[in-house]
Design a protein around this ligand. Sequence first.
Ligand code: GDU
Length: 369
Amino acid sequence: KNEYDYLIVGSGLFGSVFAYEATKAGKKCLVIDKREHIGGNVYCENIEGINVHKYGAHIFHTNDKSLWNYVNQFVEFNNFTNSPMSLSKGKLYNLPFNMNTFNQLWGTKTPHEAKAKIDEQVAIYGVENPKNLEEQALSLVGKDIYDHFIKEYTEKQWGRKASELPAFIIKRLPVRFTFDNNYFNDIYQGIPIGGYNKLIEGMLEGIEVITKTDYFSDRNKFNKLSNKIVYSGKIDEYFDYKLGILEYRSLHFENEILETDNFQGNAVVNYNDANYDFTRIIEHKHFEFGKQNKTVITKEYPQEWNPGREAFYPINDVKNQSLFDEYKKLSLEEKNLIFGGRLSEYKYYDMHQVIALALTRSKKELENG
Ligand code: GDU
């Protein structure tokens, strides 16, 4: 018998939820992570007393009450509401697209006026069956909104023409005919009070964790330690890239500490215009209503990805998706292995989706074994 029931590769949300559930069921787990800290991309670095979202802004939201209660058992969440602003052609607008945005853009005052404006533009620029992001956006919201808030932002974000991107990316963004700047439609939303590290630490409390340890540095040794492996890394790397490399979009973050208590008055300001190389500025203190004297801001620069860089957004185009499907087939043939999470499923997941998935997978696994 091996020393552990589960070796968990990666201490992000998938691995941490799985480890917590398995331990609760009486299983022995070892969690390893190649980074020097736990938490994967939700990890926060404390700078000047501010929790800096080191791998990009994370705002928790869900419609599922049991999931909300689940995360709140580890750390209480605050009532932060994401209401990003967008700087476009020198002027600030509310997001997501709602009555405030339409008023700022066109001076429309009623839903009727705003709808008429959008309908008029959709009639001119929309198409019957949108085949790409540009056509999708023009068909949903028309040209003014597309030109002010979507085209340039999207082309920076993805490094490709909007007409060459899949339509589904833009379906994430809500369009509303109410004066509601809440970016998310979900009932529950917030940030852990004291930061995301508390969430992960709560899940991994009492569980053996080794950081700065790369599974691939000695996978034979690690495989022998446990009966089963729970893997949340890149699926193509698991198979030594033998079918090819899955592509991603990467990000580069530049932090600045500023000698002011309030730089932009909001956690998230998107920079639509192409003359800025970054897509947004995050001012982290606002996630927790911080009262510190200084502030920390992060400029987010999209980057081409290569295997040496951090993999952030999967490129779910036809080519990459079919390569993923091939890897997925291989993964289903592996015994004693459980895959899960954004990188091993090559999916643009939000946090609540990853947690829900880890709960389902661990339940199934622990009931059977
Ligand atoms: N988009 C625009 N203009 C914008 C914002 C987005 O065109 O001002 C397009 C882009 O193509 C983008 C897509 O819409 O790729 C999706 O936008 P999201 O803001 O949902 O993209 P992200 O995943 O980068 O956003 C992340 C989280 C969100 C939220 C956000 C912070 O996934 O849930 O937390 O950061 O406001």
